[in-house]
Design a protein around this ligand. Sequence first.
Ligand SMILES: C/C(=C\CNc1ncnc2c1ncn2[C@@H]1O[C@H](COP(=O)(O)O)[C@@H](O)[C@H]1O)CO
Length: 226
Amino acid sequence: MTSTTLEPGAGVRGSGEPPEGGPGTPPAGRADTPPAGGSGGPLDICVFCGAGRSNSRAIVDTARTTGRLIGERGHHLVYGGGGSGLMGEVAWAASESGAAIRGIIPRFLYERERAIAAPVQETQLTDTLHRRKEHMLRGSDAFIALPGGYGTLDEILEVISATYLGRSAKPLVLVNTEGFWDGFVSLVETLRRYELVAHAGQPVFHCVPSPEAAVSLVERLAVPAA
Ligand SMILES: C/C(=C\CNc1ncnc2c1ncn2[C@@H]1O[C@H](COP(=O)(O)O)[C@@H](O)[C@H]1O)CO
């Protein structure tokens, strides 16, 4: 299996109005699930992916497998809080395999998406998209990015910038189903070639071929919050 590493220079949804605030107590994992993670504990794994469904069967399967693995390995899912598209696939599969879920969603999207079924989760409302990203970054141990659109690109660039500038050391792993991220990897190589991003230091992201490889890598690299 190959992987690419690029280096730089409480509420239950629908049960009431969840408050804006810090991530609070991490959601509890399944009581019967042994601790997971490189350091022995469950991880809060934030998944970025499309709110749309994609026309690729392989990409939909990737979303489901990622959610399932997070639950089966005793981790917690942190995500954008919606029930639509690939996000919904990840969340339902994680829920079915026993993961505790925290959805972080801006108020305006929460209002718009109330009608789209999402699994039981702790929902954290934010005032803005920007605040949502802050909470996702602060309240997660690691990030996995699946195929997605502008929102997903925005989220991964937030993590990459924070890592590049030394503000975060949390791993980000892109799942490269059907070569989805090849163009992004190539763009980053162009930035390097023009010496607009540096090479040395901590990897800003990793790129792997499958959800299995992604979850295994974050288990090896992430340090669960104390
Ligand atoms: C466009 C539609 C619904 C949008 N609803 C969203 N609900 C929750 N989170 C969202 C939504 N849209 C974007 N996000 C966040 O960005 C990522 C997905 O965006 P993309 O542009 O589809 O890649 C995702 O990780 C969320 O955190 C109606 O279908």
